[in-house]
Design a protein around this ligand. Structure first.
Ligand code: PEP
Ligand code: MG
Length: 579
């Protein structure tokens, strides 16, 4: 049994067999087997060779003999190696004599052969090393896992283990079978983690070397509440976790009972709880979970899932569908926030030295006006269907906001000329997610109808900590006094300017931060839908007077640790089951 501590990225408990999908680069841990398993493991080696041969033969046959002759040759070479008895014998000998797993023996023997080849002076021979690595991957695929693309066609429940997951990969997981996610890389606010939360799949990230500790088919527990992953748990641990999981599910059912109740504090302050979504259908879940509308629609996911750029109609259809679900409730459509960890297909290979400081988000839109205008046209057209608001991400200056608004006005004029209806009074808001925006909030407020504080990026940029980098994840905290002071400034400036304000970063979905945010003057929270009932329960359990006191106390503290401990303690008293 191996216990790994990472970052709790999506709540819930899951227990299932692991599926390792980092098949591009397997790292196989040294694993001993019991002498009684020896023959079974040798048989697994033989089967892997046999299945590898079958797969390669089919691939070779499928090649067009005229066009693909080079590829055909490569497959033929690989087949020769797989038919070579001495290679297979070396692997089975190692399993028998050293009592190690088939995967470990395959990896060790083939890597030794590859290393031997690569040292050769003759380039023809040294280049064969790549073939051997390729064969190693093919055999390991048979032994421990499936290829990434197989994840979409699962037939049994699994915990997906990967070095790193992209937001799109995560979005494509089949919720019915992917019961948990665990990755070496990532942070709580990396987009793959956000998507896992939206899908309601328990996830732990930043486990650093989990892929080196787990093999495909191992039983794995993902504890998305505490950020723990246990590989090959013993019986007692499994039983404990089954009980814990039952308690947690019961809590969720209990919370479901209050989902249609309003989010009102005990002393009568009404709080608006909105949902964050990435796809139109999620709007329905937000309502089911008791949300009052959508506070953040991350529209860039329209781009991330397709090979081609979406048309105006694609945009319009997605927005119209979402607005329909909401039946008059408000929706904030955020314009494309591409770049950084969310690339368009065509941009994916354009490397930027510092993507999070690069051509992302509104900057990317302002340099790709045709694309930007296409989206704005669709948003404006959808604005007549319901209570639609538009929001620009990553604003860093008033100039940028003015530019974005100017483009929006241009698009409005185009629609006027074409006599296409739209809501002329559609509210225009901005995300406050950079220190520069927070510090100039009072001037931005004069030109924005509302603010939404994106604490994920605001924390990243204030503390200079990459939100998706596990190596610095211990430095990433929205409870840092610097971040809190910026939030305080923004809430004060929004109140002074009498414009609406919400918080839509992950901080809004963390029970321990609710009292603080309310105490700092926030009255609207936008969060991933599975967390709405829990946050509603916290809101319904507190008094504003206590929240104000918590905020006063926290804002006088200088240490993030002290603040986090204090907040956790305060929240545990209110909703102990959540911790
Ligand atoms: C944020 O930065 O807090 C935010 C809500 O936007 P995203 O997570 O999509 O960057
Ligand atoms: Mg952001």
């Amino acid at each position: 049994m191996e216990i790994k501590k990472g970052i709790a990225a999506s709540p819930g408990i899951s227990i299932a067999k692991s599926l390792i999908i980092d098949s591009e680069d397997y790292r196989i841990p040294h694993r001993s087997i019991h002498p009684t398993q020896r023959m079974a493991e040798v048989q697994r080696v033989r089967n892997a060779f046999k299945d590898g041969i079958g797969e390669l033969t089919a691939l070779e046959k499928a090649q067009d003999p005229t066009e693909g002759s080079k590829i055909k040759d490569i497959f033929a070479v690989h087949l020769r190696y797989l038919h070579d008895r001495s290679m297979r014998k070396k692997v089975t000998d190692m399993v028998q004599s050293e009592l190690v797993t088939a995967a470990y023996a395959v990896s060790t023997v083939l890597r030794e052969i590859a290393a031997h080849f690569s040292k050769a002076k003759d380039t023809y021979i040294s280049e064969r090393a790549a073939d051997i690595y390729d064969i190693e991957r093919r055999l390991l695929k048979q032994l421990i896992g499936k290829k990434r693309e197989d994840v979409g066609r699962l037939t049994e429940e699994v915990v997906v283990i990967a070095r790193e997951l992209s937001p799109t990969e995560t979005a494509e997981f089949d919720r019915k079978f992917v019961k948990g996610i665990a990755s070496d890389a990532g942070g709580r606010t990396s987009h793959a983690a956000i998507v896992a939360r939206s899908l309601g799949i328990p996830a732990v990230v930043a486990l650093e070397d989990l892929t080196a500790c787990a093999s495909g088919g191992d039983t794995v527990i993902v504890d998305g509440n505490r950020g723990i992953v246990i590989v090959n748990p013993d019986e007692q641990t499994i039983r404990q976790y089954e009980d814990y999981s039952k308690d947690f599910t019961e809590l969720e059912h209990r919370l479901d009972a209050i989902r249609q109740e309003p989010a009102v504090t005990r002393d009568g302050t009404r709080i608006t709880l909105l949902g964050n979504i990435e796809f139109p259908d999620e709007a329905e879940t937000v309502l089911q979970k008791g949300g009052d509308g959508i506070g953040l629609y991350r529209t860039e996911f329209l781009y991330l899932n397709t090979e081609t750029e979406p048309t105006e109609e694609d945009h319009y259809r997605a927005y119209a569908r979402t607005v329909q679900f909401l039946a008059g409730r408000p929706i904030v459509i955020r314009t494309l926030d591409l770049g950084a960890d969310k690339y368009t297909q065509s941009k994916r290979f354009v490397r930027e030295p510092n993507p999070f400081l690069g051509l992302r988000s509104i900057r990317f839109c302002l340099q790709n006006l045709t694309m930007f205008k296409t989206q704005l046209r669709a948003i404006l057209r959808a604005s007549v269907l319901g209570d639609v608001k538009v929001m620009f991400p990553l604003i860093t200056s008033l100039h940028e906001l003015m530019q974005a608004k100017m483009i929006l006005r241009d698009v409005m004029e185009d629609l006027d000329e074409e006599s296409i209806p739209y809501n002329r009074d559609m509210q225009i808001g901005i995300m406050i997610e950079t220190p520069s925006a927070a510090l100039t909030a009072c001037s931005l407020a004069a030109d924005a109808d509302f603010f939404s504080i994106g604490t994920n990026d605001l924390t990243q940029y204030t503390l200079a900590v990459d939100r998706g980098n596990e190596l610095v994840s211990m430095l990433y905290s929205s409870a840092n006094p610097a971040v809190l002071r910026l939030i305080r400034t923004v809430t004060q400036d929004a109140h002074k300017a009498q414009i609406e304000l919400s918080v839509c970063g992950e901080m809004a979905s963390e029970p321990e931060h609710v009292m603080l945010l309310l105490g700092m003057g926030v009255r609207t929270l936008s969060l991933s839908s599975p967390m709405i009932p829990e946050i509603k329960q916290v809101v319904r359990s507190v008094r504003m007077e206590d929240c104000n006191q918590v905020a006063r106390k926290v804002l006088s503290m200088n240490s993030e640790r002290q603040i986090s401990a204090y907040l956790r303690n305060a929240a545990t008293k209110i909703l102990p089951e959540a911790f």
